[in-house]
Design a protein around this ligand. Structure first.
Ligand code: ZN
Length: 254
């Protein structure tokens, strides 16, 4: 019997729970709180939530986005994150055959975690970008035609390009534009898409940055040149699309 169907089903069923966990990690890690200990509470009334309040997507939908105890609104952010994790698994299973689809799911979930943390707190945990980068380099032996050398060059180039851009920006504008977390993240992305994919990742990241700015300005916040936007989520979105569909053009001669 083949294990591909049970594992794929398991990934799909567990995805909303993974999303719920990643949401918790993104909330607690920047504050230095443990994300394995401590019960989940309502952020308004502080009531410890029962297991039936914590079923991803379902609990929020049944309670119509309100706390069962105090009727305060629960952010739509939670089901959106849970659905995103499900979407990543489904998208991977549609685009790739196993085992690449499973590895793709794990890659996407890690990108989602990094994006959430950066969105919430303008911080990218370097340890997690390192795990992502090492996983990408290791994947070079088993996956895709992209060789280890291409991935190593991608890592070095990714880090160097953003570090140089940040240096130039600091020299010209006299303040920080990008953080070192962004350099490490782009390096880790290079380990997954190779140096050949970096240009397209940057292009998509720039476009998602514009989209993010538009969404924020529609939210009533005015956007000026000085407005701080997290770049990590944009890089993650770019990395995801290039991982799935490849760069817009291939520079190599094969
Ligand atoms: Zn409550």
């Amino acid at each position: 019997m083949t294990w591909s169907l049970p594992i794929s089903l398991f990934l799909l069923l567990s995805a909303p729970f993974v999303g719920s966990f990643l949401d918790l990690v993104a909330e607690r890690w920047p504050k230095g709180e443990s994300f394995v200990q401590g019960r989940s509470r309502c952020e308004h009334c502080g009531r410890v939530l029962a297991w039936s309040d914590l079923i991803p997507i379902v609990s929020w939908t049944i309670a119509r986005g309100e706390c069962r105890y105090c009727n305060a609104r629960i952010s739509i952010w939670h089901p959106v994150v849970e659905l995103s994790a499900l979407g990543i698994a489904a998208w991977s299973l549609v685009v790739f055959w196993e085992p690449l689809s499973w590895i793709s799911t794990l890659f996407g979930w890690t990108l989602l975690a990094l994006a959430l943390i950066d969105l919430r707190s303008f911080w990218l945990p370097i340890a997690l970008t390192w795990v992502l980068g090492l996983a990408g380099l290791t994947a070079g032996w088993v996956l895709t035609p992209l060789g280890v050398l291409d991935r190593l060059m991608g890592t070095a180039a990714g880090y160097a390009v953003l570090a140089a851009a940040a240096w130039i920006y600091r020299r010209c504008r006299g303040r920080e534009g990008l953080g070192s977390g962004d350099f490490w993240l782009f390096g880790a992305i290079g380990a997954w898409v190779g140096w050949q994919g970096l240009g397209t990742v940057l292009l998509y990241a720039g476009l998602s940055g514009l989209l993010l700015a538009l969404i924020r300005s529609r939210g009533g916040r005015s956007i000026r040149l000085e407005t701080r936007l997290p770049f990590g989520p944009c890089l993650c979105a770019g990395a995801w699309l290039v991982w799935l569909y490849g760069p817009l053009y291939t520079a190599s001669a094969n």
